[in-house]
Design a protein around this ligand. Structure first.
Ligand SMILES: NC(=O)c1ccc[n+]([C@@H]2O[C@H](COP(=O)([O-])OP(=O)(O)OC[C@H]3O[C@@H](n4cnc5c(N)ncnc54)[C@H](O)[C@@H]3O)[C@@H](O)[C@H]2O)c1
Length: 378
């Protein structure tokens, strides 16, 4: 069995999520690659302390160059603020290692293009994070569309909705400041998640009319004062996409202030012969629309673990959640890197990440000029 050693740069929220998935790698049934987390870099010593309980980790460092110089490490997962993506991703690639990148894959379109170019030039294996589509529901949505059973697609709606920013007392952090998270704001935070499935289905929008909102513009700075929160909180991208020769409206929502929503990822696709929809708000439920004997039906199917991309030890009727799809995404990365994806759903490619940036860049222009903007792809 192939063995792969992994290092993490950025041990915060997502670094820990990855470490916890690697720690239960044995839950994947008959998986062809053994993966071990061996090194973690973070500037914060307290963050590093958390990793002391991970038995496989041999190197804890505040110096990422030490991690990159370690010849035992094959793959690096980088989970850092967006302003650092370009520099760190490129250094990982130049150190001779493969990269699992976090979204949005650079702070802006130029950064994403630069990272893609280096990955191509050096021939490294690079994929970007987006885990929710690995849940059984989104996988069934993809299958329904690809089966052709929906007929001509009439419209597509997809989104990712948060609401913790409704709390005005929530202190500022790097995700709410343009200089760290990028001018694209919430699009950089949530947009790749929304676009993974549409892009994989080949739905690259040609036009966008973007509605961007800054709703809460000041927050506690955590030190008794206030700080400016200058990012876009919410983005509604009204796009047009060509599907089988038809111009189809595709609405993409990315919202940090969507009252009532905690981490709701959804997709809804309606066609002339049927429809399909899924939302993480009702994690197990897949909804299929049919028209039969002049009656219209939305039919619910409860999905369980057996619909996941990679089989695990968990019973087929049990429901999957965030940490499960995150682990599935990591499994897809390592299976594809080993040439063993075998037609299964894979992680976001650099080209798809760049395409998402092309849309976000056009959305900024659309909003600035209050006009419909053409989208060009590199
Ligand atoms: N896939 C997802 O669902 C998901 C969810 C949240 C965040 N993210 C992405 O993951 C990335 C990280 O987000 P997060 O929520 O984990 O952030 P975080 O703030 O929780 O963690 C970032 C960590 O990086 C460390 N750090 C900062 N600068 C550093 C440097 N120069 N060298 C080493 N360590 C440094 C910080 O100390 C911190 O521990 C971002 O790209 C974000 O968009 C993805």
């Amino acid at each position: 069995m192939e063995r792969v050693n992994v290092g993490i740069i950025g041990g915060g929220l997502m670094g820990k999520e990855a470490a916890s998935a690697f720690g239960r790698w044995f839950a994947l049934n008959d998986f062809p690659v053994a993966v071990e987390l061996v090194a973690v870099c973070d500037l914060n010593e307290h963050v590093l302390d958390w990793y002391r309980k991970v038995p496989t980790v041999k190197l804890l460092t505040t110096n990422y160059k030490e991690l990159l110089a370690n010849s035992e490490i094959d793959v690096v997962y980088v989970a850092l603020p967006h302003n650092l993506h370009k520099k760190y991703y490129i250094e990982v690639l130049e150190s001779g290692k493969d990269l699992l990148a976090e979204k949005p894959f650079g702070i802006d379109l130029n950064a994403a293009l630069a990272i893609e170019q280096v990955a191509k030039r050096l021939g490294r294996f690079v994929r970007c994070s987006s885990e929710i589509p690995f849940l059984p529901g989104p996988q069934r949505v993809i299958n329904e569309v690809q089966s052709g059973m929906l007929g001509d697609i009439i419209e597509v709606k997809a989104g990712f909705l948060h609401s913790s920013d409704l709390d005005r007392q929530k202190p500022i952090n790097w995700k709410r400041q343009n200089k760290f998270c990028g001018e694209i704001g919430v699009m950089g935070d949530l947009g790749m998640h929304v676009l993974h499935v549409p892009l994989r289905l080949g739905w690259k929008p040609n036009l966008v009319y973007a509605q961007l909102q800054k709703i809460i513009t000041e927050r506690p700075d955590g030190k008794g004062g206030t700080a400016t929160c200058d990012t876009w909180n919410n983005a509604t991208l009204n796009t047009e996409v060509e599907i089988e020769g038809n111009k189809v409206p595709m609405t993409l929502e990315m919202k940090r202030i969507a009252p009532g929503e905690t981490n709701t990822w959804y997709i809804e696709i309606l066609g002339t012969n049927g429809g399909v929809k899924y939302s993480t708000k009702d994690t197990k439920a897949l909804w299929n629309f049919t028209l039969k004997n002049e009656e219209q039906y939305w039919q619910r199917t409860d999905l369980g673990f057996k619909g996941l991309v990679f089989p695990t030890i968990t019973g087929g009727i049990f429901e999957a959640g965030f940490s499960d799809c995150f682990m599935q995404m990591l499994a897809a990365y390592f299976a594809e890197r080993a040439g063993k994806l075998s037609g299964r759903f894979g992680c976001v490619t650099p080209n798809e990440a760049v395409a998402s940036h092309s849309l976000f860049d056009a959305a900024l222009k659309s909003h600035a000029g209050s006009r419909v903007q053409n989208i060009t792809y590199n």
